[in-house]
Every structure is written in C-alpha cells, then in structure tokens.
Ligand binder design. Sequence first.
Ligand code: APR
Length: 317
Amino acid sequence: SQSARVAVMGASGGIGQPLSLLLKLNPAVTHLNLYDIVHTPGVAADLSHCETRAVTQGFVGDDQLKASLEGAEIVVIPAGVPRKPGMTRDDLFNTNASIVANLAKAAAEVCPKAFVAIISNPVNSTVPIASEIYKKAGVYDPLRIFGVSTLDVVRANAFLGEAKGVDPADVNCPVVGGHAGITIIPLISQCSPKIELPEDKLKAMTERIQDAGTEVVKAKAGSGSATLSMAYAAARFTDSLIKATQGQSGVVECSYVASDVTEAPYFATPILLGPNGVAKNLGLGTLSPFEEGLLKAAIPELKKSIAKGVEFVNKNY
Ligand code: APR
C-alpha cells in the first residue's frame, strides 16, 4: 500500500504526544518522525512499541531538525508555548512566531513539497508567517500550507449535538474565518442535520464556540490550553490530508488557508482536498444575516493578525 510519511514538530508537548499516539495508531501512516527540542527519543521509543506499522523515530535538538524532515510528505506543527489564564492567543505571538518561522524555514529547505499543517497559535498569524518564509525560500505553494482550525468544527459539532440530543458524530457544522475569538465564525445555518435555535440560544451557542478554547484554559487553571481535543482534531485533519494524497475523492475539511473568498488574504472555509493540497475552495455558501454580522466583525481583526505575521517575517528574516 501507499506510503504516508508524517513529521510532528513539537512532538513532546501536551498536543504533540497524544497527536503522535493517534498518528501511530492510524493504519495509513507508514513513517512517523517526532521532532522536539526535548524528550523525543523517549516518546519515540515508547510509541514504537505499539504494534502498528508506522516506523517511529525520535529527533531532538537543532542538530537533528533537518534529518527529522527528510522525506516528509506531511509536516504537522504543534511546537510552541500554550496559553495561561488571562492570555489571548495573540499574547503567544512573540514566542511562537520565531518557533514557527524557524521550523518552516527548515521544512522549506528539506521537504518543500510537503503539506504543512500548523497548530501553533496564534494560527491567524503563524500561517501567514510560514507562508512568507516559503515565499522567501522561493518554494511557496499556497495550496499546501494549512492552519488547523478543525478543533472549531469539532467543538461546534460536539456542542450542537449535545444541545439537540443528536449524536455529535452525525453533526457537521462548518466553521469559517480565523482561529481566535471573534474571528471564529460558526455557520450554524449550514449545519447538517439542520439545527434550528431561537435567537438568544443561537447567540449563546456561537459565543460558546468562539470562547471554547478559553473554557479549557480556565478549567486547566494555569497548566495550559486544549491538548487532547486539539490532538484529536489535528489527527482527524492529518488523516484527511493522507486520504486526499492517496487519491480518495470528496475529502472536505474546514481549514485556514491563503484565500480570496473575503478581503482577508488568509481565511478558513470548507476546502476540498486533493493530491496537491487545496483542490477547491468551497467558499462561504449563503450566510444568514446573523452570520453576515459575525463576518463583518471578524475581517478587520483577521487582517490585523495577518499583517502582524507578514511584518514579523519581513523584519526578522
Ligand atoms: N522546536 C520544536 N519544538 C519546540 C520548540 C522548537 N523550537 N520550542 C518548543 N517546542 C516544544 C516544547 O518542547 C514542547 O514539547 O513544543 C512543545 C509544546 O508543548 P506544550 O508546551 O505542552 O504546549 P501545547 O499545549 O502542546 O501547545 C502547543 O499549540 O494550540 C497551540 O496554543 C497552543 O501554541 C500552542 C501550541
């Protein structure tokens, strides 16, 4: 059967470890490279004992960074610091911007054709950062760089299913825009199955989805942000990328990508995935007046975060 070579960058972290476990359990994965600045030899040794075929190898520290990316077809990036209570995703910018830029620089050099799936926050800025690094390296392909916004869809499905007594596994609610606060735009009017909520409940549900990350940050009381659900969402997204590369048709995931759907140059929408990455941007569909209002509020915020990422690369790289 076909190969699927995946590298996880930041594999020893709260997201990185459960994500690596889920990928090790994915029967489609043939090679799993785990990179971090600490602990990856142990994580890899441990995971390699699971009786699945993915050949699992650990790489640690700067000296082994390039080797970890050799032959990768999909590079998943959860490296970086997580939020503490009272922090927004944007507060992570200063630390995570350079981590993502340096990893992207190495990937652009070693595996320029690989799909890149970015988890490190603020995703609204880190995806533009990686893209600018690829542009500077002369290997930019907008169809191959993805922000993992899958957790917003996963949360919308979970909360809507719970509210309506429907198995969340049967709910599919597109979530568009960005991956932070008011830039997160759940399109509940396009949910399948159709879910009707009275206006006050619709507003409360929308806000819960937008603030769901903070719900976890508060509950974890200083020990970090979403890790297990984020790992699940990233494993689901990675699996979809693998299916698309292996020729399965009709694979759709919402993802934050370079976009001309709105005025924001990066924007999450449902994306039809194919062997070369984005096969077709499926756009926004028809929005309700309420969703139009959310979109209007999101765009300026999103444009600011994108500009900040672009500026960071122009100033420092
Ligand atoms: N290269 C590779 N890995 C790195 C680097 C680097 N330059 N810098 C830090 N790391 C690793 C850390 O060693 C750690 O193992 O990234 C991992 C981050 O793990 P945690 O601190 O547990 O953070 P986590 O909760 O996994 O969140 C990581 O994902 O959702 C986002 O906002 C979240 O930006 C944060 C990121």
